[in-house]
Design a protein around this ligand. Structure first.
Ligand SMILES: C[S@@+](CC[C@H](N)C(=O)[O-])C[C@H]1O[C@@H](n2cnc3c(N)ncnc32)[C@H](O)[C@@H]1O
Length: 286
């Protein structure tokens, strides 16, 4: 079977090896295999988000920051009459999407998500675990809302685990020498505003919105699995810029600290992970 179409930003046939253009983003170079190690845990919030999307006869759906496309296909299965676009700037992640069998009305676009202009107004925009790599959410929300059709729905899940020991340790380690000078200017995930802020902002933009947070308590085999988890996401910007030997030293310093911070019990280790969600609906035309 043919793989699904991948479009470059300039239309069909755009080269995958060409860098995705667009405004600056903190998103690092991705390693799909590393990210997929915790596929089940990472997919659960997507399904929890989907469960809160109001009934809509969506005909135009976008998955922004779609990664390797498995969850984009779930959107396509749920709205089979819709044209569905998965948008991502990472050639590595999108390569996974090409390895899956093609489906009619499902395509993938390599683009920075703010630079992508849909062919028509969208009935549904989903973004799962991607917008924390994009700065300036006040501006971003305004942009996303402008892409919606009347009555269109925006559903977002953003990891928000900066207060957890894992993420604090990573931040502290990066801010201390010898790493601070080697990692100067490297951007990690962006700070996320409160759920109340998103609710206010979306209401201000004229949408009917709900927002909530969930802490998922993951049982992992050992503290080292927490580092493996981080290697799929928050640790990527540092690993991407450090020379190989430095990256190894940085990772082992992180492993040591995380092993001290998380108690290994008889059933492994519990890794709490907080995530912020919002679902908002644009007004129907008067
Ligand atoms: C953690 S992965 C999530 C992938 C997918 N949504 C999922 O839930 O499995 C984040 C994805 O967002 C993409 N991303 C981050 N910032 C982006 C941006 N500014 N424009 C386009 N894609 C972006 C990354 O390339 C990456 O594939």
């Amino acid at each position: 079977m043919r793989p699904p179409r991948i479009r470059g930003r300039l239309g069909l046939g755009g080269s995958l090896s060409a860098p995705a253009q667009g405004p600056p983003s903190a998103s690092p170079r991705w390693d799909p295999a590393q990210y997929a190690q915790f596929r089940r845990e990472r997919a659960q919030p997507f399904y929890d988000l989907l469960a809160r999307i109001p009934d809509c006869d969506a005909r135009a759906v976008a998955d922004l920051g779609c990664g390797s496309g498995e969850l984009t296909r779930e959107l396509h299965a749920r709205w089979p009459k819709a044209e569905v676009w998965g948008v991502d700037q990472s050639a590595e992640m999108l390569a996974g999407a090409t390895s899956l069998p093609a489906r009619a009305r499902l395509s993938f676009v390599r683009s920075e998500l703010r630079a992508w202009q849909p062919e028509r107004p969208l009935d549904l925009i989903i973004s799962n675990a991607a917008l924390h790599w994009v700065p300036d959410h006040a501006q971003l929300l305004g942009h996303l809302v402008r892409l919606l059709a009347p009555g269109g729905v925006l559903g977002v899940q953003i990891p928000n685990n900066r207060e957890e020991a894992s993420h604090r340790i990573l931040e502290e380690l990066s801010a201390a020498e010898p790493w601070a000078s080697r990692l100067r200017g490297v951007q990690g995930p962006q700070p996320i505003a409160s759920a109340a802020w998103y609710l206010e902002r979306l209401s201000h933009l004229g949408l009917e919105a709900q927002a909530w947070e969930t802490i998922y308590y993951h049982r992992l085999p050992a503290p080292s699995a927490i580092v493996d988890w981080l290697k799929g996401t928050a640790l990527r910007p540092a690993l991407a810029v450090l020379p190989e030997a430095d990256a190894r030293d940085f990772e082992s310093a992180l492993r040591e600290r995380i092993a001290h911070a998380y108690a290994q019990g008889p059933h492994g280790v519990i890794f709490p992970f907080r995530r912020l969600f919002f679902v908002a609906r644009a007004p129907f035309a008067a």
